[in-house]
Design a protein around this ligand. Structure first.
Ligand code: SF4
Ligand code: SF4
Length: 220
């Protein structure tokens, strides 16, 4: 799940300053679950924009705006309203905003900040769980990611800063990722995986710039 949070309204209004006719696109998947871009939040945004003197030409919650096929499908019925707008307020993650821009060809205002790839514990409580490193090692770590959950990204067990199962980073508040990994592997009867040497990561696959990723399924 892509975790997003709303930008401050003042920031959104500043981007909209010179523009009058606004169309709003929400997201029926991640942003709906995060309560940042579902039906309710889109309606609230429309009300706020009208209060500020904007003309809201229409709104739609696209099932997944980051999927070009669904974006095309769900915006077909609002084509005229979209074309008659000066700007699209996108209540989606950054991937959704970019898909909308390509598809609609209008100025886009991102209404959300895209934070991370995470799990949802309950509404409003999200945890980062993956940094899309391109080299997943979760099998060897009992399904606990040290890239995300160890502040030093240790790959072969705890560093010297672990004390009584806690991590020195942040003052021994959080569990040491490698203690969690050890305990999980022990429960699973997989301590051989804990003892196995994990070679240095290929950081060229990490989420670093400059890069361009275009992934297409290879022929079998
Ligand atoms: S090892 Fe890499 S791909 Fe796997 S969960 Fe961690 S960051 Fe994500
Ligand atoms: S104490 Fe554990 S979680 Fe903290 S930096 Fe060291 S290995 Fe990583």
């Amino acid at each position: 799940m892509i975790i997003t949070e709303p930008k401050p309204m003042e920031e959104i209004l500043k981007m909209l300053e010179p523009l009058k006719k606004v169309f709003i696109i929400g997201c029926g998947t991640c942003s709906t679950v995060c309560q940042t871009g579902g039906e309710e939040q889109v309606k609230e945004m429309a009300d706020k924009l009208r209060e500020k003197g904007k003309e809201v030409t229409g709104a739609v919650v696209v099932e997944s705006p980051c999927d070009a096929r669904l974006l095309r499908r769900d915006t077909r019925k609002v084509k005229n309203a979209l074309e008659g707008s000066d700007v699209i307020v996108c209540m989606t993650c950054g991937a959704g905003v970019q898909d909308i821009v390509e598809h609609v060809g209008k100025i886009a205002v991102p209404a959300l900040d895209t934070k991370f790839l995470g799990k949802i514990e309950r509404i409003g409580e999200f945890y980062e769980r993956c940094r899309t490193c391109g080299e997943c090692i979760l099998y060897d770590t009992g399904g606990i990611c040290p890239v995300v959950r160890c502040p030093k990204g240790m790959l072969n067990g705890p560093c010297g800063g672990m004390f009584k199962g806690k991590c020195e980073v942040g003052g021994y508040q959080r569990d040491c990722a490698w203690v969690l990994i050890y305990n999980r592997l022990k429960d699973l009867g997989m301590l051989d995986a804990y003892r196995s040497y994990k070679p240095p990561r290929d950081n060229s696959k990490l989420n670093v710039q400059p890069r361009e990723i275009i992934w297409a399924k290879k022929e079998q």
